[in-house]
Design a protein around this ligand. Structure first.
Ligand code: NCD
Ligand code: ZN
Length: 347
């Protein structure tokens, strides 16, 4: 028996689209499912100005498949020298929908990120005043801190002082992975929200090592323990508006994943909504799916939900797809957890 579900078209509130051949290869997967996406600015060089964001936005629009009206929502890569005036001017023309804080060295292409949060206080002051959200990669970079504790330590060292100094600043705690992170967001007010990825709903750190070392399960923040995953899962199906979908789909060519010093990032766009739907079904929470994928994030960012819908169907047999895409001369592999996928987009 086939089961179908129709929901308001989702948005992706955390997405890496890259550029050039890679952009052309991966964008159709996202544009097929999502109405809008918050597009991460960690290109090389990073998207740090209105001009760069506008040029990048045009390249994304040009790469859209025929007939698609997918809308990229641009973000600004925060550096030690970002100017508050530029941010204010950008906000006036809606050039940026968020400013992204990458602690320098925390993840892929974060070398130009912030070295000390004190350096960006004038920008944060302006953002608080105008209501522009700060999107946060919430991990400390201190090599003395265990990689599995970096999110929890970030809360104490960076987030908590930041919340005290800027209580009205809108903050998105991106790709939440830890119980500490989930508990923290639950304790806060409406100015503090979080995105949750499809892969963190499924993975634990065991998946990184099961049967051998698995670079395709490697992303940052790194997947954590069963207890952490349980907390993240609970938050996703809670129906609490502060938790919503951001896929963190982050494609890398296979040659960059299948090597020593493999890059962090999981490319999940093609099957993201299928796995999320499957997860909500497993949790008996399909009634909460639409809020998580299509309503809460839009509300936080000041948009109405999309006016179209999508329909997903549950198949009797696992969905069979080619688990890779071609990008120029490269191959990009699609996130494939150990669980077969039964849900797919049909309309
Ligand atoms: C992202 C990427 O590859 O750009 N990688 C990742 O592991 N999530 C960057 C990021 O969001 O941390
Ligand atoms: Zn990301």
């Amino acid at each position: 028996m086939n089961t179908e579900i129709t929901i308001i078209r989702p948005d992706d509130w955390h997405l890496h689209l890259r550029d050039g051949d890679m952009l052309a290869a991966v964008l159709p997967s996202t544009a097929k499912i999502y109405g809008r996406a918050i597009v991460m600015p960690n290109l090389i060089p990073p998207v740090t100005t209105v001009k760069l964001a506008e040029e990048y936005r045009k390249r994304i629009i040009d790469a859209r498949p025929e007939g698609s009206d997918f809308k990229p929502l641009m973000t600004c890569y925060l550096t030690d020298t970002t100017s508050p005036e530029e941010i204010k001017a950008a906000y006036a023309v809606k050039a940026f929908h968020a400013v992204k804080l990458f602690p320098a060295g925390a993840t892929t292409n974060s070398e130009s990120g912030v070295t000390d949060i004190a350096n960006v206080y004038p920008v944060l002051e302006t953002m608080q005043e105008i209501g522009l959200p700060l999107s946060v990669h919430g991990e400390v970079v201190d090599p003395e801190v265990d990689i599995f504790d970096r999110e929890a330590v970030f809360i104490n060292r960076v987030l908590e002082p930041l919340r005290k100094d800027f209580p009205e600043l809108k903050i998105v705690f991106e790709h939440l992975t830890s119980k500490e992170g989930v508990d923290y967001v639950f304790e806060q007010d409406k100015n503090m929200v979080a995105t949750i990825t499809p892969h963190h709903l499924y993975l634990t750190r065991n998946d990184l090592f099961s049967g051998g070392l698995n670079p395709y399960m490697y992303c940052l923040p790194i997947a954590k323990t069963f207890a952490d995953r349980k907390a993240v899962r609970k938050a996703a199906v809670s129906g609490d508006e502060r938790f919503f979908l951001g896929t963190d789909s982050a494609p890398h060519p296979a040659r960059i994943k299948e090597k020593s010093k493999a890059a962090a990032g999981i490319f999940n766009a093609p099957t993201s909504i299928g796995y999320v739907t499957q997860f909500f079904e497993e949790m008996n929470a399909l009634d909460k799916l639409e809020g998580f994928t299509s309503i809460y994030g839009a509300r936080f960012y000041g948009f109405s939900p999309n006016s179209s819908t999508i329909t997903l169907a549950k198949r009797d047999k696992p969905v069979e797809i080619d688990w890779q895409l071609k990008s120029g001369g490269d191959v990009v592999k699609i996130f494939k957890p150990g669980i077969p996928l039964y849900w797919e987009l049909v309309d």
